[in-house]
Design a protein around this ligand. Structure first.
Ligand code: NDP
Length: 257
């Protein structure tokens, strides 16, 4: 059977592993060619590319450091050079550098600030400029429940992720007249390499706080990203939606259950 025509290009940052990888594999099912950004994991990125190509779609692996604003901005253009028009940007790459604020170094602070906020801002700005001229597009950012809840040892991460939500809302208002939607997916506790360092006791403490008493999966996050990217979400913009097993709802409702 012939593969249906491509729906266009999607650029996903941090797509070599975890949520970004699952998003790449989800969006290819919806018919997109995929630009896979990564920092160091070239082998993993190539592996994702092979899976995309096996589905009859095009893939491009693009190394770029999202902590470098110029490289983040340039990434959008590189993705278009490789695949043609990019209609969907998923700003997913993110890191943590946990330490209590009183012990946190400038480097710990800056690493998160640039990777999780400044790089995404630069990428979104370039994407919006180009998409505006072309008549539309979709941008999906990735926040964290920690941006609303806060968490001991994560002042840098909580601040950057709260700011990602603010950035999302501002961009949504600015870009709406250009037929560009901007929404934020807010993951709760999702099993990936990013949380692999947590001890059994720390994981148990998260489960205790999560009303569904379990982790979410990368596919849970990818499904909401695919919704924001898809035709059904054309009138949805400026939204920050948690996929967290009820964690934020419980924080808002108190601790009775
Ligand atoms: P992983 O650690 O599993 O994967 C991180 C990805 O980001 C990798 O592809 C990595 O590339 C890439 N990356 C890291 N730093 C950079 C950089 N400077 N430039 C470009 N790419 C980079 O993370 P997750 O999948 O768990 O997290 C994805 C997003 O979801 C992040 O924004 C995170 O904050 C957010 N999130 C995750 C939660 C969770 O429970 N897992 C909870 C809440 C939010 P490489 O492989 O080359 O290192």
């Amino acid at each position: 059977m012939e593969t249906p025509r491509s729906r266009g290009g999607a650029l996903i940052t941090g797509a070599s592993r975890g949520i970004g990888r699952a998003t790449a594999l989800r969006l290819v099912e919806d018919g997109y060619d995929i630009a896979i950004n990564y920092l160091r994991s070239s082998g993993e990125a190539e592996n994702v590319a092979r899976q995309i190509e096996a589905k009859g779609r095009r893939a491009a692996c693009l190394a770029a450091d999202m902590a470098d604003e110029e490289a983040a901005s340039e990434l959008f253009r590189r993705a278009e050079d490789a695949l043609g028009p990019i209609d969907i940007v998923v700003s997913n790459a993110g890191i943590t550098r946990d330490r209590l604020l009183i012990q946190m170094t400038e480097d710990d602070w800056d690493a998160i600030w640039y990777t999780d906020l400044a790089g995404p801002r630069a990428l979104c700005r370039t994407a919006i400029e180009t998409m505006s001229a072309r008549g539309g597009g979709r941008i999906i950012t990735v926040g964290s429940v920690v941006g609303s809840l806060g968490n001991a040892g994560q002042a840098n991460y909580a601040t950057a992720k709260a700011a990602v939500e603010g950035l999302t809302r501002e961009l949504a208002v600015t870009a709406a007249p250009h037929n560009i939607t901007v929404n934020c997916v807010v993951p709760g506790y999702i099993t990936t390499d990013a949380v692999a360092h947590l001890t059994e006791a720390q994981v148990a403490a998260w489960y205790e706080r999560i009303p569904m008493r379990r982790n979410g999966t990368v596919e849970d996050i990818a499904a909401l990203i695919a919704f924001f990217a898809g035709d059904a979400a054309g009138y949805v913009t400026g939204q920050c939606v948690a996929v967290d097993g009820g964690l934020l709802a419980r924080a808002g409702a108190g601790l009775h259950s």
